[in-house]
Design a protein around this ligand. Structure first.
Ligand code: 3PG
Length: 194
């Protein structure tokens, strides 16, 4: 979460596109790459992206322990999930692999704190009430830090990043277009100030 201001959320349909995509993002200055386990190509995509110098490759949309194991076997260095269940959290915490689970309300955050977690993905960020909702939610939880994801754009990111408990934002907007366009979008994202 502190390696850069934006974590791109990547949905890869063809593993052959993974390495050039990761190279374009890293060239632009975005190193932390979340590959969502939403496509059959995702695990191969993680393996391909791991070949790129400087890339920190993790798995997203991890919703059960089996997917966690598959992701780690493919080389994932961190795990992101849309929500938080103890069934998923237990093996991840046991392994020591960095884990960013999704939260959307106070009960979710309290469950995370009970498990020893303090860093959360606020998801789906805009649909859950946006920055106003996160500010209200963060107030009682001074120790919590967030990566809002869902509906965030290059234009809206600065407002989120200006809120102290937000360490980074996530989004899929960087990963569209030609590789030259991806690189340019990564460069603009990497220049965002926290
Ligand atoms: C997702 O689940 O796809 C992420 O939250 C990304 O959302 P976005 O496409 O709105 O950036």
């Amino acid at each position: 979460m502190t390696a850069g201001p934006v974590i791109p959320v990547l949905v890869i349909d063809d593993a052959a596109t993974a390495r050039p995509l990761a190279e374009a993002l890293v060239r632009g200055g975005i190193r932390t790459l979340e590959v969502t386990l939403r496509t059959p190509a995702a695990l191969d995509a993680i393996r391909e992206m791991k070949k790129v110098d400087g890339a920190i490759v993790g798995a997203g949309t991890v919703v059960n322990p089996g997917q966690f194991q598959d992701a780690v076997d493919a080389g994932a260095e961190f795990i992101v999930s849309p929500g938080l269940t103890e069934k998923l959290a237990a093996p991840i915490l046991e392994s020591g692999v960095p884990f960013l689970p999704g939260i959307a309300n106070a009960g979710d955050i309290m469950r995370g704190l009970d498990l020893g977690l303090t860093h959360f993905k606020f998801f789906p960020a805009e649909a859950s009430g946006g920055l106003k909702a996160l500010k209200a939610l963060a107030a009682p939880f001074y120790q919590a830090r967030f990566c809002p994801t869902g509906g965030i754009t290059l234009a809206s990111a600065p407002e989120w990043l200006a809120f102290d408990p937000v360490l980074c934002v996530g989004g899929s907007w960087l990963a569209t277009g030609t590789m030259a366009e991806v690189e340019a979008k990564a460069r603009a994202a990497a220049e965002l100030k926290r």
